[in-house]
Design a protein around this ligand. Sequence first.
Ligand code: ADP
Ligand code: MG
Length: 428
Amino acid sequence: MAKASETNNQSQPLVGEPYFCKECKRNHTKGKIYKEHLNFAKIESKNDDVIDDDVIDDDIIDDDIEISDLESKDDNTSEEEVALDDELNEIIEVDEKVDEDDFDEGLKNYSDDAIACVDAVKKLPGVGEATLKKLIKAGFGSLESIAYTPPSIIQKESGLGDKTIAKLIKSSMDKLDIGFKSAEDVWEHRKNIARITTSSQELDNLFHGGIETGCVIEFFGEFRTGKTQLAHQLCVNVQLPKEDGGLSGNALYIDTEGTFRPERIIQMAEGHDLDHKKVLKNIVFGRAYNSDHQIMLIKEAGNLIKEKNIKLIIVDSLIGHFRSEYVGRGTLANRQQTINTHLHDLLRLTDIFPDLCVVVTNQVQSKPDVFYGNPTVAAGGNIVAHGSTIRVYLRKGKGEQRVAKMIDAPHLPEGEAVFSITENGITD
Ligand code: ADP
Ligand code: MG
């Protein structure tokens, strides 16, 4: 790092360069505002009459400072402070300009749809470039994502203040007209709900016409029962046009076990006469190396969904990492709480993006106290059972055959379907 230079007898440092601040006798970085100098921000806001949330929320302020902290500072401003006001204005301008450029550069990769979403957030009262940047960085790039997320989570992820967040949520909800609606409206929505084919007529029938969007679907079963194969197949099928049982969308695959195999995707794409290069390109792949990483990938997914036209998210498997990382009775409560939050992150995505389908796979664990009937249960206990909307149990049949059993769904009867795993993927 370069040595801090004295400002008075040398030319002005450039933004990002270290320099020695005469006022507070510390080394500073040009372009940053330090807490000691915050009263200058106060001068600025006085001129503007309104306190812009951005001035307070911006990254350039070293510590989190609430509006109330600023307001409580007394109004006496020394001459020195006024003298430095101009310099500060200049710093803020430069800083914001740099940020905006970066920001526009970042937005270039977004689809028109995503930009329209971001635009809506930008129009919320009190949102300036810096707040917008923070929201997007934290995965809140749409009105829906702000409206459906608990304030405490938005705060943790974005670092914005309580008051700002409360205002943002209120105005997003108003804009989206969230409130009660008639059951008829709900039916209107459900009637036209989009579905993805599994490539097996029988299995599709079990779901009354394919895997539906807007919910979390869990496939659980022992190893080799076809969970990963189904996950691969759905990544191919989601790309099919509507008339062929797809959603003309892309897939996001979170692999926690290292079992994603592009060669299987190629075989399955060929089974549908699809160009496998295109099919591979349309699958966004994330390898989760531990549970924290897995949680983080899902948090980041919020921004990818619009940008990459994601219509299917796979998490294969949901709780493998949690089981191996949280060992022993003492960690159980903590583990369940973390899984619960993670599942809710996934569920929330389906609230925010109603035409998104989330599929998770789950392992089974043996139940030593069961002597009759099935001695295995899905891992994760009640937390996972209540978190997923539709649960299907898979077991091995003869040879390549597998049996899927509908265990729990809000609107589907219990039932079974037999399907096969072949070289070209899932079939009847
Ligand atoms: P899990 O439920 O543990 O995720 P998988 O979905 O990986 O299990 O299923 C593995 C099974 O899929 C294998 O045991 C095999 O029966 C079948 N399978 C995998 N690859 C092929 C292939 N190329 N051709 C036919 N069957 C395959
Ligand atoms: Mg697997």
